[in-house]
Write a new protein. Structure first.
Length: 369
């Protein structure tokens, strides 16, 4: 089975209910890049990459599409039997840009799973469960409203809540954490996510002023050096998210002992094959982590859930998908959805979802054919 044609689509995903606000960015809609790989035998594989704006990470929509212009021609005619060989060809065509390569790599996993008649989770080592816990992420908002939403989501069954702070006064951040704790208590595990928005001094202040509240601190500061300086000065675990831009960063964080866990993004690390390496490193060092992505629809959601199902449950921190924040699904018959705080693992071949005909409109680029 060989790659006959690669088609690229654009799909606008409006944010339901208003802007999604973080310490470093505020977005009202996302432009997702969809990749379809056609094998010419009646089978197609689907991939997706959807950076959350141009400042959250050094990834952006136009960058992904420019990278695909370099990558796709080099893959036409390639045999699909080896994901590693496809990745080797991509690295030979373009240095870096793992978030664009991830869209192709996910599509190859989908296509290979369909050809073999197995779910993608089988290709990643095998599912350990038929449903995975999700978590809900609040925006940077007014303290009382954030607490109200957190309690609502805890009662819906979410086992983990991520409370975003940063980009405003430290007093508001501290008030938010206290109000959420007063409302939720032990109904759900709490994670406070700074999205790189705090100084070292403010991170330590938040830690001290909320000393009686049990939570994990995720990516409070911008750089690995700042995170390293917090070691021994914090009373709670510190997880890395945005700093894990590639596997080298993961290895550096693990070997130096500055990360107590991770918030992993599939496309940021370069795709599912890179993620299983990160997963296995965390297994060796008994480090908890999540399986997420920045944004996107059913395609990237399915990829995250398949991967999540292969993680040992006691080390798993949840799978975040954007379903709560967008309207509609790519696959109306078998959508990837959160129910009572959990997501069922698709059990059909490949990713287990097939986008509805015409849902993406006409391709914005076609290679091969």
């Amino acid at each position: 089975m060989r790659i006959k044609e690669i088609r690229v689509y654009s799909k606008i995903l409006p944010v339901r209910g208003g802007a999604y606000r973080m310490a470093s960015a505020s977005v009202e809609h996302l432009d997702s890049t969809i990749v379809e790989i056609d094998a010419g035998n009646g089978l197609s594989g689907w991939g997706e990459t959807c950076p959350i704006g141009p400042v959250y990470q050094p990834h952006h929509t136009l960058g992904a599409r420019a990278a695909l212009q370099e990558l796709a021609p080099a893959l036409i005619g390639s045999e699909v039997g080896s994901v590693r060989e496809i990745y080797r060809r991509m690295d030979g065509a373009l240095s870096g840009h793992g978030y664009a390569k991830a869209a192709i790599e996910i599509a190859v996993h989908d296509l290979l799973g369909k050809e073999l008649g197995v779910p993608v989770s089988t290709l990643l080592g095998g599912a350990l469960t038929d449903k995975v816990p999700s978590y809900y992420s609040t925006i940077v908002g007014e303290p009382g409203e954030t607490a109200r939403i957190a309690l609502e989501k805890a009662r819906e069954g979410y086992p983990r809540l991520q409370i975003k702070i940063g980009g405003r006064s430290i007093e508001q951040d501290i008030e938010t954490i206290h109000k959420v704790w007063e409302a939720v208590g032990f109904l759900a595990k709490l994670v406070v996510d700074g999205n790189r928005g705090l100084t070292v001094a403010n991170a330590i202040t938040v830690d001290r002023m909320c000393a009686s509240i049990p939570f994990v601190f995720e990516q409070p500061c911008n750089t690995l050096e700042e995170i390293a300086s917090l070691k021994g000065r914090m009373t709670r675990p510190v997880y890395l998210d945005e700093n894990t831009e590639d596997l080298n960063a993961v290895l550096r964080a693990v070997s130096s002992g500055i990360a107590d866990g991770f918030g992993f993004k599939v496309t940021r690390l370069g795709g599912l094959s890179k993620m299983i390496t990160a997963r296995d490193i965390c297994t060796i060092r008994s480090l908890p982590h999540s399986c997420d992505d920045a944004w996107g629809g059913d395609i990237i959601a399915a990829a995250c859930v398949h991967l999540a199902s292969t993680v040992e449950p006691r080390r798993f921190e949840g799978a975040w998908i954007a379903q709560e924040y967008i309207s509609g699904n790519f696959d109306s018959q078998n959508p990837v959805v959160i129910r009572d705080g959990f997501i069922s693992v698709p059990n059909r071949p490949g990713l287990g979802i097939v986008p509805d005909r015409g849902v993406f409109g006409e391709p914005i680029a076609i290679f091969g054919g």
